[in-house]
Design a protein around this ligand. Structure first.
Ligand code: ASP
Ligand code: MG
Length: 430
């Protein structure tokens, strides 16, 4: 079992660490530690009254360490990505103790393990570390042997570098941890317990009649999560996919619901389109200039400039005249991106760079689109009939995804139109 933090704890840890690193007073540390104590100890006495003392000591140890670290950060007035990573693992450190105690209370032997001990070896990219392939063997040798007589409860969200420095795997990273561990022990299935019934056809806040998808493929889920759908950590499918392990998404608060099953082969559905997602805070950048026609290396210069500035490009489209390249980035990176590109204008590689913040990217996802003729026609006709103007189109080469850009205000409308067009609120079609 891999556990994440209790709701909101990771956010609180980030907030306090940031605050005390540049505040004159350390006065907020004590009340914060006390609030964590009350919260976790009260759950402990509920789920494992007979282990409240033994396991309570472990909680106190964690709180004492956290207290020391927060005070150190305050005294130094310095919060590095490395120390922040260490601090934000405390939600998982505390919660894993509770879950392990609950097992023991029910007569099931259980131990607590941190993600590093369990064998998750990562890159040193603090805040967004990635598991290295060596993790696999390490997990097999460290976790597998324990399974015969105990349930290891492993702290999610964290791993460590080869030097033993604690890293975190990005927000919602416990899903990713679970997938890495599941792949490492060659599990039959990986179950992600969350707080919704499963992966949905669209965001229910935008589409009230959005429906839980019964079965979906690895590729479709990857496209969905890379495209902003908060279904699970975007990297959590890859380890499962490599070993062909079924992933199930289930609701902790509604366990009898079948949830969503994620498998290799997509289940054929006559509707072709399976899910819709959109990201509203994006900016559209258009780079044009006749200088670009037929000239090799312009695209390279553009993308290197953006990569050097650490701008993540979400979508790309190039007109066949080559006089024009459009791309989509996160709105918060717009200033950095236009600065980086202005250099190319100075160098005469491109004539003009323009941008538009009033943009929102919509992704239409479905493995069936690959072979179906006329999908693009149907999508854009429906949007046109609904009065939505499309500013840019891009089709992923995986053909599992067609995405396009519309004005921000048109995003929800576009999703609504396509959800109706493909009758996604109806049950799975055979
Ligand atoms: N606790 C971490 C977070 O809030 C990881 C997780 O919840 O999966 O991002
Ligand atoms: Mg979470």
């Amino acid at each position: 079992m891999v556990v994440s933090a209790q709701r909101g704890v990771t956010d609180q840890l980030i907030a306090i660490a940031t605050e005390i690193a540049d505040s004159r007073s350390a006065a907020t540390i004590e009340p914060f530690i006390q609030s964590l104590r009350i919260r976790h100890v009260s759950v402990l006495s509920e789920v494992a009254p007979n282990y409240a003392d033994d396991m309570g000591i472990l909680i106190e140890e964690q709180l004492c360490d956290l207290d020391n670290i927060l005070n150190a950060v305050h005294n130094l007035r310095e919060l590095t990505p490395r120390s922040l990573d260490y601090i934000i693992t405390y939600g998982e450190r505390l919660n894993s103790i509770l879950v392990s105690a609950a097992f023991r209370e029910r007569g099931i032997p259980s131990i607590v393990m941190d993600g590093c001990e369990a064998g998750i070896l990562t890159t040193s990219g603090h805040g967004e570390a990635m598991a290295l392939p060596e993790s696999d063997m390490r997990i097999r040798s460290r976790v597998q042997p324990l399974l015969t007589d105990t349930v290891p409860v492993i702290m999610g969200f964290m791993g460590c570098t080869g030097r033993g420095i604690i890293t975190t795997l990005g927000r919602s990273g416990s899903d990713y941890s679970a997938a890495i561990i599941g792949a490492g022990i060659e599990a039959d299935e990986i179950w992600i317990w969350t707080d919704v019934d499963g992966i949905m056809t669209s965001d229910p806040r935008v589409i009230p009649d959005a429906r839980v998808i019964g079965s979906i493929s690895y590729l479709e889920v990857m496209e969905l999560s890379f495209f902003g759908a908060k279904v699970m950590h975007p990297r959590s499918i890859e380890p499962a996919m490599k070993k062909n392990i079924i992933v199930r998404v289930k609701n902790t608060f509604n366990p009898s619901h079948p949830g969503t099953t994620i498998v290799r082969g997509e289940k054929h559905d006559s509707r072709v389109v399976k899910a819709l997602t959109y990201i509203d805070k994006v900016a559209l950048i258009t780079i044009c200039g006749a200088q670009m026609i037929g000239r090799p290396g312009v695209a390279k210069a553009i993308f290197s400039a953006l990569a050097d500035a650490e701008v993540n490009v979400m979508m790309i489209s190039q007109g066949s005249s080559e006089a024009n390249i459009s791309l989509i980035i996160d709105e918060s990176q717009l200033a950095v991106a236009t600065d980086a590109l202005s250099v190319l204008v100075k160098e005469g590689l491109v004539r003009e760079v323009s941008s538009n913040r009033d943009a929102c990217a919509v992704a239409v996802i479905g493995a069936g689109m690959a072979g179906a003729k006329g999908t693009g026609g149907r999508i854009f006709t429906a949007l046109g009939n609904g009065g939505v103007n499309v500013m840019m189109i891009s089709q992923g080469s995986s053909e599992v995804n067609i995405s396009f850009v519309v004005r921000q205000a048109d995003g929800p409308k576009a999703v609504r139109i396509l959800h109706d067009e493909y009758r996604l609120s109806e049950e799975d079609h055979a």
